[in-house]
Structures are given as C-alpha cells and as structure tokens.
Design a protein around this ligand. Sequence first.
Ligand code: C5P
Length: 403
Amino acid sequence: MQSLLNKKIVLGISGGIAAYKTPELARLLMQEGASVQVVMTQAAQQFVTPVTMQALTGNPVFTSQWDSSIANNMAHIELSRSADIILIAPSSADLMAKLSLGLADDLLSTLCLARDCPLLLAPAMNKQMWEHAATQRSVQRLQDDGSVLLGPASGTQACGEVGMGRMLEPHEIAEQVIAFFQKKVLTGKKVLITAGPTFEAIDPVRGITNHSSGKMGFAIARAALEAGAQVHLIAGPCELSTPLEATGKIIRTNIVSAKEMHTATLAATDCDVFFAVAAVADWGIAKPAKEKLKRQGKEAPSIEFVANPDILQDVAKTVKFKGGKSYPYCVGFAAESTDLEKHANDKRQRKGIPMIVGNIGPDTFGSDTNQLIVIDDSGSKKIAQAEKLHLARQLIQLVAKKI
Ligand code: C5P
C-alpha cells in the first residue's frame, strides 16, 4: 500500500543548486501515491526547468502569480486550497527570510501566506548563510508560526565548503513527509527495539547466526518514529540503513553477539515500550578461538556451546509500576514451525510479558511482507498480509492503546 495515497502536495522550488535533486523528490512522492503540483520561483528556473517538472509530475507548472490560465486569476488561493501540504525543497535563505516576515511578492510566497495547510521546508544553502543570525531568526520565526523544518544536514556543499546547510537527500525528505501524515500516538514516548540477528564467533572468520534480515525490527523503529516517539534501535549485523536518521530522534547501537545485545539493551531499559524483535542466538560459543581453526585431516572440531542470556526475559524483570501501568511495556516476537498461537502464548506467559507477536509467514525471512498474530491477555488478533512497514504501523497503534 502506498503511504501518500490521495495526498495532494504543492511542491515549491526556490533558487538553489540543490534544486537538481527536486525532480527525484517529486518522483518519490508520486511513487507513494501523492499528486504533485509544482510551483517555482524565478531563481529556481536557473537550476531546473519547468518542462522537466511538468514532464515528471504530469501537471502544469506554475511560475507566476499573473498566470491568466487560472479562470479567476487566483492561483495563490486555488493551489493552496486543494493541497494537504506545501513542501518547499530547496528552501533558500532568501525565501525563508521572506516567509518569516509574511512577504508575498511572487507566486510561491503568496501561496504560503494564503495557505490553510501545513508548510514543510527543506532548507539548502551555504553554511555561512545557514549560520547567519538573520537566517537563524527566520528559522525560529517560521517554527514559532508552525512551519516544519526538514533538515538541513551537514556535509560537503556545492561551494566546496563542509558544514551545515545541505538539503536532505530526496529519499530522506520523502520519508519525513510520509512520517508527517502518520498519527502521532507515541509523542513523548521512548521506544527500545532489538532487531536483526546476532552472530556468535567460533574463530576470527567463522561463526553461527540466525536467519533474520532485520526488516521487521527496522520497520517498527520507523513506525514508532512516525508516531512521534524517540527510538533506541539495537541492531545485530544487517545491511539496513537507519530509518528517519535525519530527524535526530533515533539512536542506533550496532552489536554483534547476543551478550553485547544483552548489555546494550539492559542499559537502555528506561523507556515506555520494548520490542524484542531480534532473532537472538540461543547459544554462544564457550571459548571462541583467537586464531583461525586449521583443518585437521577429516576430523571435524567439536565446539562447546553455552546458553546466552534471554534479553527479553531480563528486561521483563526490570519492569516498574507507575500510575497503574507497567514500564516498559514488553512486546516479544515468536517464529514457530507448528501450532504458532499456542506456542507463542506459552512463551508470553513463560517470559512474563503482556504481549507477543507471532510471525504467520509463510515467507518471513528477508521478505518485505508478512502476516502477524498479536496475542495479549484479552486474546488474539490477526494483522493481514501486508508490507512490514504497514504491519508495524498497525502494531504501533495497538501498543499505543496499552500504555
Ligand atoms: O525464546 P524465543 O527465542 O523463542 O523467544 C523469542 C522472543 O524472545 C523474541 O522476542 C526474541 O527477540 C526474544 N529473545 C531475547 N533473547 C534471547 C532469545 C530470544 O530477547 N536470548
């Protein structure tokens, strides 16, 4: 399912070299189901042409408040009235200064003043311009007036300098726009998540691990951020990028072994919800070899295992009671090969946790989709086959009601 279905976005472009990335942004928004209406300033047209934006969006591009093709000549009102948001990327220092003062001397700034929908700004400028007291004043004013800033990021700039002021990458802007539209059911809450596999070293080049792509845990991290939470993600070895990293609302701790995951997790239990999504190795290697084990004819080495700590069970033991509720609210995951609901519920009781989520599958590992069964004291509820992000959003809604 697309995350921006039926959303109407007015995409404003002001004059900055980062405008070369805006066509890609328009495509990403449209891929998620949004309809995109582009409005460009005069300066923006020095960097990207209206023809490019028109060809990509399939909509005429507006560049002037004097456009006679709008029947009543009220482009500034017409365009913003039908929009769910106005998103400006790149948003130049000049445009932000203007908007912060309520000036309206071209179509884009007039549209912003005449709007009755939220305004999201993705600033892009040289670091000196960003750091200038005048720009910082504009930013503060715009935020006080309710505008949402997406970025900027720090890094190499078109001018060759390095510093704050780079526009976020198109996929980061699109991710934040999608997040903007999600229900904020976890505002002010802290969420701790374990995700991915663990890896138990046998020697410096070998080890044992579990099947786990980390996708479900990362999807829950993204859905929790979208819902307004602060997230601490403790991740085993996996290739996934940190969701909504540019918001600064997620901390990621990378670990390798179950013991490392145990230590990192137990140090972070001051939170409202804990999702144990990681596929933790049940056994570690008693004495990992310091040097690579050499082949010795046809004989195989014997390896001694030791039981790893149960992270979820140990977190459940730290639960405190506050205002009639227990914190953190612990959610476990279960992948079973038979009798899922019974085994998952037994596990929930054995581990002393209020909720467990069973992976119904069929193709859980590495897949982008899954089906879940959520079991708590009140019974069980299935969440139908969907992309993991959509499952995660539904799970977050259920958990939010519990805390
Ligand atoms: O005991 P089992 O591995 O079947 O239970 C699965 C649940 O327990 C998952 O939520 C998993 O993240 C968690 N778990 C854990 N530490 C372990 C083993 C499992 O947190 N050592």
